[in-house]
Design a protein around this ligand. Structure first.
Ligand code: PMP
Length: 448
């Protein structure tokens, strides 16, 4: 750590040490202190840190060419990564467009949808319905779709306010419905919204199949997913899955969509797709959408760094690593272990109100009362405090205020997909220690 003022102004409430290096699921700072990367950074480092095989493949590409502009050359890394991506995604998703991050992947999806609609003569279709809470990125287009008040509010007058429907936060509901009925109830909000907006004006619906930063690993009842697909089909609305966080194996399938047998029309991915080895993302769609756009003159969109050979070589090496070591299978198996460990925390800590997730995208949420899910006093800043107590003890987890950023505290636990059962035990021991410290600091009861 240093007191030297930094020219950087990233937002961090607490001074952070300099990172020295990474080793698998661990990060080591300059003083030699080790941290378990229990959130894979921001759900990025899916294959762990400093993987020597990935680094060797990147080095081999660096020795040849780090950049070749895509309009001047085809490159093997980008063609091969596209082919591998198509092979790993469900049938019907067979065209890939590379980008350098999640917001870019989301904006690319929306722009492809719009251009496709124009080729069909549907010029009036421009509204993209999204959910509240949600997170789709911080650039203006992606932010317009994002349902997270603290990030939107400063820029509200500069956006078009795309229509929103409630995300299926069924863990907060106190009705007498079955889970299946609840799923259908939330899905039908989309139908109502499409009818209210005018079906001929609605271009697409975008959703995170498992929620991320804004909702804390929110999983809808199974019935939700199929019903959403039906509603989109009924009105010719394109279904976009934002799999920036869930894609590339995080939930125990390559795409989270596969858990429910859904084929979205367009998928955006990033985070685990480059896994921290390169800024990389992808928008994947079917020929059905892409060909008419190409025939009509091409996709009026693209970023300078898109598909650069170094980032694609990294991405290809990451997918090869996932395949060679069955990391997606490991995410499913270790996800079950982690989920039962997190559920067990509820016996000891009455202030944990809910535990949820899929594969290795898991979360727990605090509540002062489990039956009402009333949050802890916001003045406690619990989402910050627990993260600090864990950090001091050598565990990194990721937290946000929940409910669209307005109240409540949730914590994402999403370690690299290479994690072992033994390492989960190591991580949970630190987490319990941090929770004990949190409880005693605030004076909250703990069951023995
Ligand atoms: N969509 C989702 C679901 C995300 O989780 C994120 C990042 N948290 C984004 C989009 C934006 O990605 P990026 O920060 O790489 O632009």
């Amino acid at each position: 750590m240093t007191d030297t003022p930094s020219y950087l102004f990233y937002q961090s409430r607490n001074p952070r040490p300099f990172l020295d290096h990474g080793e698998g699921i661990y990060l080591i700072d300059e003083s030699g202190k080790r941290y378990i990367d229990g959130s894979s950074g921001a759900m990025v480092s899916n294959i762990g840190h400093s993987n020597p095989r990935v680094l060797a493949k990147m080095k081999a590409q660096m020795d040849k060419a780090t950049f070749g502009y895509r309009l001047h050359f085809r490159t093997h890394p980008s063609e091969d990564l596209a082919a591998k991506t198509v092979a790993m995604t469900p049938d019907g998703l067979d065209r890939v467009f590379f980008v350098s991050g999640g917001s870019e992947a989301v904006e690319s999806a929306v722009k492809l949808a719009r251009q496709y609609a124009l080729t069909q003569g549907h010029n009036a279709r421009y509204k993209v319905i999204s959910r509240f809470p949600s997170y789709h990125g911080c650039t203006f287009g992606a932010l317009d779709l994002t349902g997270y008040a603290p990030l939107r509010d400063p820029f509200a007058p500069m956006m078009s306010e795309m229509p929103k429907v409630a995300a299926p936060t069924t863990y907060l509901d106190r009705d007498n419905l079955t889970e299946e009925a609840r799923g259908l109830k939330y899905a039908d909000l989309l139908r109502d919204k499409i009818l209210a907006e005018g079906p001929d004006t609605v271009l697409a619906f975008i959703m995170e199949p498992v929620g991320g930063a804004s909702t804390g690993a929110l999983v809808a009842p199974d019935s939700y997913y199929g019903r959403i697909r039906e509603i989109c089909d009924e009105f010719g609305v394109l279904l976009i899955y934002d799999e920036v966080m869930t894609g590339a194996g995080r939930t125990g399938r390559f795409l989270a969509a596969e858990h429910w047998g859904i084929t979205p029309d367009i998928v955006s991915m990033s985070k685990g797709f480059g896994a921290g080895y390169a800024p990389l993302g992808a928008m994947v769609a079917g020929r059905r959408l892409v060909d008419p756009v190409l025939d009509a003159g091409g996709f009026a969109h693209g970023f300078t760094y898109a598909g650069n050979p170094l980032a694609c070589a990294a991405g290809l090496a990451v997918l090869e690593e996932m395949e060679a070591h069955d990391l997606i299978g490991n995410a499913a198996r270790m996800g079950d272990v982690l989920m039962s460990e997190l559920r067990a925390l509820m016996d000891r800590y009455p202030f944990i109100g809910d535990v949820r997730g899929k594969g290795l995208l898991t979360a727990f949420e605090f509540a002062s009362d489990r039956t009402t899910m009333e949050p802890l006093d916001p003045a406690l800043n619990a989402h910050d405090r627990l993260v600090e107590l864990a950090y001091e003890r050598g565990l990194i987890i990721y937290s946000r205020r929940t409910r669209g950023g307005t109240k409540g505290d949730h914590f994402l636990v999403a370690p690299p997909l290479i994690i072992t059962e033994h390492q989960i035990a190591e991580m949970m021991a630190i987490l319990r220690d941090a929770l004990d410290a949190f409880a005693s600091e605030i004076g909250l009861p703990v069951e023995s």
